[in-house]
Design a binder for this molecule. Structure first.
Ligand code: HEC
Ligand code: HEC
Length: 310
């Protein structure tokens, strides 16, 4: 979707802005003319204007020098030409039909074509092979820094201060099991993991607290044994997604709760929050935006990140 000025201003505002622009330009021409028409006659002296500044700084009413005036006329001519050719006068789009959105997509298409011509051949190659090439990994890293690091961090370990974004360098995967195709599809089509809010289903805050302690016990973390035992009796509410044993279900991206990798938080309070309010992590789809060659390279790069830790 391309937006132009016309999408933002319609009806009254179009006329208002256009009229204000035209009046301003006419005003400038009038003002300049009023300054040029009066020339000094022969023998006429420029008058001294009052007051005198700083003791000896005097102001004369000489007309502006010609060359200076012509420069102003040139600028006015330029602005009129600009408003005829380019969008700027209300919603009038300009005779050249230029738009910043078009200029951007043309530039992007040009750069993409260059990039694709260079990397298209890699599409036929297995991702594991691509991932093993250090030079290609370097290109992948550059792409990762520009497109992915805002969320996943420059090193792929997730953004600092936020546990929302999964660490891409460990062996734990939310989606798939580290297979190249699963990684590529996460990037290409995006992913949404949705955990419903279950406060009522588990008996309010007390139930959530008991379950949190049970989940902590699953991961071998410090917990209250009495509460954990109580939580275990409520586990049926969670087993449908996270499995009987809490190992998760990759098909619906329900994470393994028995490991020490946490998407959000591995504290009692964090787990209670997950149970009471639900969680919804979403990874935006990239295929349309980046094109397949870049997605392929990025998948290879992510694969190489996690392989370093095998
Ligand atoms: C707007 C933030 C955001 C951006 C930008 C982003 N991601 Fe993600 N990504 C996420 C979130 C959030 C998840 C986890 C989704 C969930 O919880 O269901 C995720 C999941 C993933 C996964 C799946 C991880 C797993 O454990 O299975 C991969 C692979 C991935 N991202 C790679 C990338 C790559 C490569 C890029 C750059 C092209 C990228 N992401 C850009 C937020 C983002
Ligand atoms: C309908 C399926 C479903 C049910 C039922 C469910 N969960 Fe989840 N749970 C998920 C999904 C999917 C995620 C990942 C959310 C994301 O990617 O943002 C998740 C995430 C979590 C997390 C965050 C894990 C982390 O790594 O930070 C915890 C903790 C959790 N669930 C505990 C529970 C407990 C306890 C119950 C039972 C009361 C439960 N879940 C019931 C699907 C479910």
């Amino acid at each position: 979707m391309n937006y132009g000025m016309a999408d933002f201003i319609g009806g009254f505002w179009h006329y208002y802005i256009a009229a204000a622009t035209v009046v301003a330009i006419i005003g400038m021409i009038w003002f300049l003319k009023s300054q040029t028409t009066r020339r000094l006659g022969t023998g006429e002296q420029a008058e001294l204007m009052e007051p005198t500044w700083d003791g000896d700084l005097k102001e004369l009413n000489n007309p502006l020098p010609r060359w200076w005036l012509y420069l102003f006329y040139l600028l006015i001519f330029f602005s009129i030409a600009y408003l005829v050719l380019y969008p700027g006068l209300g919603k009038f789009e300009g005779t050249w039909n230029w738009s910043s959105a078009d200029a951007y997509s043309q530039e992007k298409a040009r750069v993409d074509a260059q990039f694709n011509a260079q990397f298209q051949p890699l599409l036929a190659k297995d991702l594991r092979v691509v991932a093993a090439d250090p030079q290609i990994r370097e290109t992948g890293q550059r792409l990762f820094l520009s497109y992915c690091s805002t969320c996943h961090g420059t090193d792929g370990k997730g953004a600092k201060g936020s546990r929302l974004f999964p660490d891409l360098t460990d062996k734990e995967w939310l989606f798939g099991n580290g297979e190249p195709d699963a990684i590529k599809s996460s990037i290409a089509y995006g992913r949404v993991g949705e955990m419903p809010a279950m406060k009522d289903a588990v008996g309010g805050e007390a139930g959530a607290k008991a379950l949190a302690n049970y989940v902590l016990s699953l991961s071998g973390l410090p917990h209250n044994a009495g509460l954990a035992a109580e939580g275990q009796t409520k586990w049926a509410a969670c087993a449908g997604c996270h499995g009987e044993n809490g190992k998760g279900n990759l098909a619906i991206s329900a994470p393994d709760l028995t490991d020490k990798a946490w998407l959000y938080s591995g504290t009692e309070a964090g787990i209670m929050e997950a149970v009471m309010k639900g969680r919804k992590g979403s990874m935006p789809a990239q295929l349309e935006y980046l094109g397949e060659a870049k997605v392929h390279l990025l998948a290879a790069y992510v694969l190489s990140l996690s392989q370093g830790n095998r």
